[in-house]
Ligand binder design. Structure first.
Ligand SMILES: NC(=O)c1ccc[n+]([C@@H]2O[C@H](COP(=O)([O-])OP(=O)(O)OC[C@H]3O[C@@H](n4cnc5c(N)ncnc54)[C@H](O)[C@@H]3O)[C@@H](O)[C@H]2O)c1
Length: 256
């Protein structure tokens, strides 16, 4: 085990849990944070030595108290992965202010609050912030008025962080996952949305939690020591692709 400390939010399941496992496997000291206490305890029990902290990242006081606890217990922080997020898909007409606010509270305000609270710890020896946005923050589509806007803001927040924190030795980068079969996606991806994603993605499939975690771990690592302010889509090629893909795919010879 090395002495570096990695904090992952939304670590009870999905992409966050895969990322925590990867850091644990690298020998780092891992702090797993999630609002879902019971699921978090269960997940953390499989990672010996991991610290589990229950916290709602959208609540400023809880965030401050939680980061104080981490400071006292761990004494340092090298990596912050702002992964916790919620998806709430719906048309603008049905997105009342409470729904809009909840998405912004968690997906945007939570990233700001966690990053700000962790700044004193991260700046002690320098470190890395990796924010998790989405392809929905890169390309607009229907039903994502709140979710897509919150994720686009996370992309810009990352660039603001990179601009401001570089001189403190803190890098900030953003990962935009494409669709991954997690509880979040299962709740909002209808069969039609799933089929549309398959059509629009050159690799023609959903990604795995592990595939997203590998990109996060790279950006957090010393291997990316000269990379900051960047947005990496881990999306099977979705973001780079234009119209006509399914039709062209049907004409592509399979035996080349
Ligand atoms: N799964 C996808 O297809 C997909 C695609 C693009 C982006 N993302 C993003 O990846 C991140 C992880 O998503 P996932 O698919 O693993 O989701 P998930 O729902 O499986 O896991 C999210 C975790 O975050 C926690 N969480 C939610 N609100 C919280 C809060 N206020 N405070 C603390 N913890 C909270 C949940 O309890 C859960 O454990 C999210 O930011 C999501 O928007 C996911």
């Amino acid at each position: 085990m090395n002495d570096t400390v990695a904090l992952v939010t939304g670590a009870a399941r999905g992409i966050g849990l895969a990322t925590a496992k990867l850091f644990h496997g690298e020998g780092r000291r891992v702090v797993m944070l999630d609002a879902d206490g019971p699921e978090l305890e269960l997940a953390a029990s499989a990672l010996p030595g991991a610290m589990a902290v229950t916290c709602d990242i959208s609540r400023p006081q809880e965030v401050a108290q939680t980061v104080d606890k981490i400071t006292q217990t761990m004494g340092r922080l090298d990596i912050l992965v702002n992964n916790a997020g919620i998806a709430d898909f719906g048309p603008m007409a049905d997105t009342d202010f409470a729904r809009w606010r909840r998405v912004m509270d968690v997906n945007l305000d939570g990233v700001f609050l966690m990053s700000q609270a962790c700044l004193p710890l991260l700046s002690r020896q320098g470190g890395a912030i990796v924010n998790i946005a989405s392809i929905s923050g890169l390309r607009a589509s229907t039903l994502r008025i709140a979710y897509g806007t919150s994720k686009a803001a996370v992309i810009h927040l990352t660039k603001q962080q990179a601009a401001e924190l570089g001189e403190l030795g803190i890098r900030a980068n953003c990962v935009c996952p494409g669709p991954v079969n997690t509880k979040l996606a299962l709740a909002v991806h209808s069969p039609e949305i799933r089929a549309a994603y398959h059509d629009a993605i050159p690799l023609n499939r959903y990604g795995s939690e592990q595939e997203i975690a590998e990109v996060i771990a790279f950006l957090a690592s010393e291997k990316a020591s000269y990379v900051t302010g960047q947005v990496v889509a881990a999306d099977g090629g979705f973001e780079s692709t234009g119209v006509g893909l399914p039709a062209l795919r049907a004409t592509t010879p399979r035996d080349i």
